[in-house]
Design a binder for this molecule. Structure first.
Ligand code: ZN
Length: 329
């Protein structure tokens, strides 16, 4: 396969802290020989494990980028035994635009892995992670939140894997991250996700969903920053005790967790995130808005559990994710 068109201004083998760029040629009307400059920080001290942190895999999810720009600005190589690679804005054009997907090629970073060095810009970035950055890492932490269209109970997640020994290492990392909720996450379409690419290489992979709505709060940013401190200690890259608070362990056993809208209109949620529900309980109404006098469509829980994620905007369309119910373990 072709070598990546991305070059980097950092040396991954050098000790110390380096702030630089992944440089991706991007010829366009405003810059004929221009490049997209994706910020990256590498902090290394001697031998030890490597952790790869990413934010803005989706460009409208903010806790990860906030916590990772902060980490890059404050990290001190003397405190490390090993290497920390930080990319706060993975899908950088999407992040600049505040959108889930790239405004240049509509690429959804978490649906294009393993990427393509001769493909779209989004595919070229994915290919660089697939063939150059992921192989360097022992631990991979990818920050997500709900973005503009979803909101979740703040959770750190791992996946059910065929390799149970690898799964237990991922679960241990999730528990060390110590978000308020720890979720065994069932993906709707895992095949072309960054998560799956990392897991298929045998890496310890964890992700997050830290609230959403297209912004961040003091509470959710604090969860991200504490998780970073904890996972660095768990990996043995920094010293110190884990900061441990209660976490609620949740599972998504099968597709019956998910509720999708089969109507278009105004969303009236009838319960709050975090509410305990029983199968058959009312979750939401969707009111038609074309005329008055019509009954709303009711949506009910299919299983017992905790209401863990919701559609965020006030209006909802046919086929949209409406909510998810996870099961306490
Ligand atoms: Zn996301």
């Amino acid at each position: 396969m072709k070598i990546s068109p991305i070059t980097t201004t950092v040396d991954f083998d050098r000790n110390g802290v380096q702030h630089g760029f992944l440089k991706l040629p991007h010829s366009h009307d405003a810059s004929g020989w221009g490049s997209m400059m994706i910020p990256i920080t590498v902090a290394k001290n001697g031998e030890g494990p490597t952790i790869l942190f990413t934010g803005a895999n989706h460009g409208d999810e903010y806790e990860g980028p906030i916590a990772l720009f902060d980490l890059a600005h404050t990290i001190n190589a003397d405190d490390l035994s090993g290497r920390v690679i930080i990319v706060p804005g993975m899908n950088y054009p999407a992040f600049q635009a505040g959108k889930r997907t790239s405004p240049i090629d509509s690429g959804n970073m978490n649906r294009v892995f393993p990427g393509n060095p001769e493909g779209t810009l989004t595919e070229k970035i994915a290919d660089y992670f697939q063939r150059y950055l992921l192989p360097l890492a022992d631990y991979v932490v990818d920050f997500h939140s709900g973005g503009k269209t979803m909101e979740f109970l703040p959770f750190c997640c791992a996946h059910v894997l065929d390799d149970k020994e690898q799964q237990s290492r991922c679960v241990a990392a999730m528990e060390a991250f110590n978000a308020p909720h720890s979720m065994m996450l069932l993906e709707l379409e895992a095949d072309n996700m960054y998560d799956t690419a990392a897991e298929n290489m045998g890496k310890v992979f964890i992700g997050t969903e830290l609230a959403g709505g297209g912004s961040a709060t003091a509470t959710t940013v604090a969860i991200a920053k504490k998780g970073i401190r904890n996972i660095l200690r768990h990996a043995g890259i920094t010293e110190g005790e884990l900061e441990v608070a209660d976490t609620i362990s949740l599972d998504m056993p099968d597709q019956s967790c998910f509720i999708f809208s089969e109507s278009t209109g105004l969303l009236e949620l009838c319960i709050e995130l975090g509410a305990k529900v029983k199968a058959g309980d009312l979750i939401a109404f969707v009111h038609p808005i074309e005329r008055t006098g019509l009954a709303p469509t009711a949506y009910h829980a299919a299983i017992d559990g905790i209401f863990s994620g919701r559609h965020f905007p006030g209006k909802i369309a046919m086929g949209d994710f409406l909510g998810v119910i996870a099961v306490p373990m």
